[in-house]
Design a protein around this ligand. Structure first.
Ligand code: FES
Length: 913
């Protein structure tokens, strides 16, 4: 600790910080622009000036940039010295000279850091009459709106986009006094993290184009703490609603999960909530309906009566749960049908992969890594997982991890503080720490990898086993017939992991291979046997894959068998489009064989078309619940608004059904029942304050105190103001009335503090800047390592697999935009999603005699796909890639072997799996 003196009062601060961070952590208001807690200091805007004194006798002092000055023991400074205040006001005035002062029409208005800093410094009158500098704006694609005239040249955008996120297509161009931050040409920003510019930019240069299409003023948004549902990482978010429409998503800081940034799928995938395909009232199939399904809307009461009749008359019911539904809804279904008739709703192959992941995390000695752990790792091996497309936020953390070793070395060698971003960058140049990426195809982190290996899933497995054997030959099996190249690579990887302080292994379900996941487990366990503090991160496909796996239940195919064998005649499907998980013919056969099909979902899909009764459930924005992310962390999401229609949470529909006594009145009661039925879920009772929690007798308002129009917004229905809906499931209120101070971290619905209207007010919610939230980080880990590092490794190394002549292995290719079921319904995401194609490496295309754009027919597991060939750089030789999750390729059992034959005379190629 160091003692610094601010206005002659001593304060204890952490060693090694800069003065700006220390002062903000202590609660002082110092204006700043270019400094960012995750991007650190470059000292370019000159706004964070303070006056620093040599010693107690020094009365003159000198002006210094607080973001560039260490908070060393004995430092004396003044924040409020008149000279320094005048200096900051002058800086602000010159930064504002060319600003258009267009706050009333600016999308950033009301939560603008530039507005806040202008007010804070006291600059309130434009003296210059000079003509303002203007620029042409660019079309940056569907996510980001560009308004360059508002720029104050803080450089935050390029520092985030290029230095932090590795983007290449946004840059700064300059001539004389004209600096331009944009692309060389108009076009969609390429980085899947471009949305963070909205929060990083301190003014309105880069704003949310999706919000712009249905704009509302920021203080008029109703908000609640939430969790992203578009991959398995569980990033924390703040969705905002107005007039029953979800309008935007902001990052919600979580030190251990997403930190300050989320990916564009998470930020811009929300518009499925507003989709035309939403089911908003219960539907019952018309008795006479033949051919195209036709339904009648019925009331909730009638739907419950109907459900009761169906369930009472059933000779056997199976419940098909879902990895995209909450723990509570899955549990309610399992309770309704009984554990032996509950299915996780996951197809057998993926079910097995997730079970393998769970077993590695629960039984092994390696800790499951949080994203924060990933970012701090100093040597990483990625086996088989294209994280940039399956778990994009992790790719950003891995980019951070490659800087850990070089930054540490540079800081020690040159004695520069790690927060001095410019110096660190200068010292490290292009040095990168050890990141090894072994995947079938190119990934978005290849540019920062020390070594990339393009291998088939089998060879990735063998490489993993060889690394484990190199780490601990006594425990891991040797791998026979390994090529000299792979032997050398395995030895190099083992050495780098062994000499690291915090080695990490990353894998997951992405390439569809259980062996690859086991190989990753073996490497992590071998490291633990060598007494390393090793971590493992295993990516799962959906927001609650791990949660539903922890709950148990059979695979989807097992559930199908119960209907096919006549043991069950009624199927209840919870938030699950089965056509994305099993072959269409199998699902159709199942749904037609069942006497009655009940579907609970928020979107119309092929399953709802086949249902006898459809019950509308709310999305993540209209219900409360708990999700378990890939790390094993249970997190609570809260209703943002009460949706129109008769929608409820899945557990609410099922609890009221079957003529039972209503078991649960509130979410807390469901959680209590879940924790008592399945003890591993006990920590969910502590992830958030209960519904009865109050501060000074008050609930936490979802609406800001500046919320406007409350008395008028429903005047078309009734001129008298209507009472807000009652929320009995949480301590949050659908109101602007309630406790206006800082609530417990799990209940923070927005960031705001006096004088701080932008997201930068987050500083006021953290114990110390960049650290944990006040009151601790939300959520609880459900899975901890076994603690036994003497674990037996998997002994059976796979044999080398020769590619049979004329046969090719088809692997899944994932796309950040397009492969995920819900986000692709958002227009912006949909615009960037590819159409299905067959990915072929150039040399493979030559040997197959096909070229870019040729029509090909692919048969995998009896399913026929008509596709265009696409030359894909970086695919392993002998490998063909099929993008998964796109319309028409939702369900593919990959990897699989296929045969290639060229149809004579047509130039077409047919590939039979
Ligand atoms: Fe310190 Fe910009 S914040 S110079």
């Amino acid at each position: 600790m160091a003692t610094i003196y601010i206005e002659n009062v001593p304060y204890e601060v952490k060693d090694g910080q800069n003065l700006l961070t220390a002062c903000l952590s202590l609660g002082f208001n110092i204006p700043y622009f270019c400094w960012h807690p995750a991007l650190h200091s470059v000292g370019s805007c000159r706004l964070c000036a303070v006056k620093v004194f040599r010693d107690a006798k020094d009365t003159r002092g000198h002006i210094m940039m607080s973001c560039m000055t260490p908070a060393s023991d004995g430092t004396r400074l003044s924040v409020d010295d008149p000279e320094v205040k005048e200096f900051r006001a002058a800086v602000l005035e010159w930064l504002m000279i060319n600003h258009p002062h267009d706050c009333p029409v600016c999308d950033e208005g009301g939560e603008c850091h530039l507005q806040d800093m202008t007010v804070m410094t006291g600059h309130n009158y434009r003296r210059t009459r000079s003509r303002k500098r203007t620029f042409r704006n660019q079309n940056l694609g569907p996510f980001i709106n560009h308004e360059m005239n508002r720029c104050i040249q803080c450089y935050r955008c390029v520092r985030f986009y290029r230095d932090h996120a590795g983007g290449r297509d946004l840059n700064v161009f300059g001539i004389h006094d004209r600096l331009y931050f944009g692309r060389f040409d108009d076009g969609a920003l390429e980085s899947p993290f471009s949305g963070n510019l909205v929060e990083v930019c301190p003014t309105g240069v880069f704003t949310d184009k999706t919000l712009r299409r249905h704009y509302t003023r920021k203080w008029d948004l109703q908000t609640a703490p939430s969790v992203c549902v578009h991959c398995g990482l569980g990033c924390n978010t703040i969705p905002g609603e107005r007039y029953g429409m979800l309008r935007r998503i902001l990052n919600r800081y979580h030190e251990d999960v997403n930190g300050y940034f989320i990916c564009d799928r998470g930020r811009f995938g929300y518009e499925f909530v507003n989709a035309d395909k939403r089911v908003k009232s219960p539907l019952i199939r018309r008795e006479e309906g033949q051919g195209i399904a036709s339904f009648d809307a019925i009331t909730a009461e009638d739907a419950l009566d109907r459900l009761q009749v169906v369930l009472n008359g059933a000779s056997g019911i199976i419940g098909i749960g879902s990895p995209r539904a909450s723990l509570e809804s899955n549990f309610a279904l399992a309770r309704l049908v009984g554990p032996e008739r509950f299915s996780s709703g996951i197809a057998a192959k993926e079910h097995d992969l997730v079970a393998t992941i769970l077993s590695i995390l629960r039984n092994g000695p390696a800790r499951s890594a949080s994203l924060h752990d990933v970012e701090r790792s100093d040597a990483v091996l990625v086996l088989g997982e294209d994280v940039s497309n399956t778990a994009p936020r992790m790719a950003l953390s891995l980019r951070g991890s490659v800087l850990v070793q070089p930054m540490k070395a540079a800081a020690e060698r040159l004695k520069i503080p790690l927060w001095s971003a410019g110096s660190v960058k200068q010292a490290c140049q292009d040095d990168k720490g050890p990141l090894f990426v072994a995947t079938p195809g190119a990934t978005g982190i290849d540019d920062v990898a020390a070594v990339t290996l393009r291998l088939s899933p089998d060879d990735i497995t063998r490489l993993g086993f060889a690394v484990a054997a190199a780490l601990d030959p006594s425990a891991a099996p040797a791998v026979g017939d390994l090529s000299e190249d792979l032997k050398a690579a395995a030895a190099g990887i083992a050495e780098a992991l062994q000499s690291a302080d915090r080695p990490l292994v990353v894998s997951g379900t992405g390439c569809g291979s259980k062996k690859v996941i086991e190989a990753a487990g073996n490497v992590a366990w071998a490291l633990c046997r060598r007494k390393k503090d090793a971590a493992i991160s295993l990516v799962v496909p959906e927001c609650n894959s791990l949660g539903v796996a922890l709950m148990g239940g059979a695979s989807l195919e097992e559930a199908f068998k119960q209907v096919q064998s006549g043991k069950a005649d009624t199927v209840v499907i919870m938030e699950n489009d089965l056509y994305r998980r099993a072959a269409s013919s199998t699902v159709t056969e199942l749904l037609e064989k069942a006497r009655t099909v009940v579907v609970l979902d928020h979107l119309a899909n092929r399953c709802t078309e086949k249902a006898d009764l459809v019950l509308p459930v709310g999305t993540f924005a209209e219900t409360d619940g708990t999700l378990v992310n890939a790390e094993g962390r249970a997190q609570r999401f809260y209703r943002v608004f009460v949706g129109t229609g008769d929608m409820r949470a899945g557990w609410q529909w099922l609890d009221s059904s079957a003529g039972r006594e209503k078991a649960w009145e509130t979410l807390d009661e469901v959680d209590a029942a879940l924790a008592s039925a399945i003890p591993i879920f006990e920590p969910i009772l502590h992830i958030a304050p209960p519904a009865g929690f109050r501060v000074q007798g008050l609930k936490i308002p979802r609406e800001a105190h500046r919320y406007s129009g409350r008395t008028a917004m429903k005047a078309n229905i009734n001129v008298h103001e209507q009472a807000p809906p009652v929320d009995q499931d949480s301590a949050l209120a659908f109101s602007m009335e309630g406790y206006q101070g800082q609530p417990p971290s799990a209940l923070v619905p927005r960031y705001w503090a006096p004088g701080w209207n932008s997201v930068q007010s987050l500083n006021k919610f953290q114990g110390e800047v960049g650290g944990s939230l006040r009151g601790g980080n939300p959520g609880r880990r459900l899975i901890e390592p076994s603690g036994n590092s003497d674990i037996e490794l998997l002994r059976e190394a796979p044999e080398a697999v020769e590619r049979p002549k004329g046969r090719w292995q088809i692997v899944p290719l994932h796309h950040v935009f397009g492969s995920e079921e819900l986000s692709v319904l958002s227009p912006g995401v949909n615009e960037l999603a590819p159409t299905p194609y067959l990915g072929v490496a150039e040399e493979t295309a030559i040997s197959l005699g096909i070229g870019e754009g040729d029509s090909v027919t692919l048969t995998v597991g009896g399913v026929v796909y008509s596709l265009k060939a696409k030359i894909v750089e970086g695919l392993a030789p002998g490998i063909l890639g099929l993008p998964v999750g796109l319309p028409g390729t939702e369900k593919c059992d990959l990897p699989a072997w296929g045969e290639v034959t060229k149809a004579k005379g047509t130039g077409k190629v047919s590939i039979d799996g």
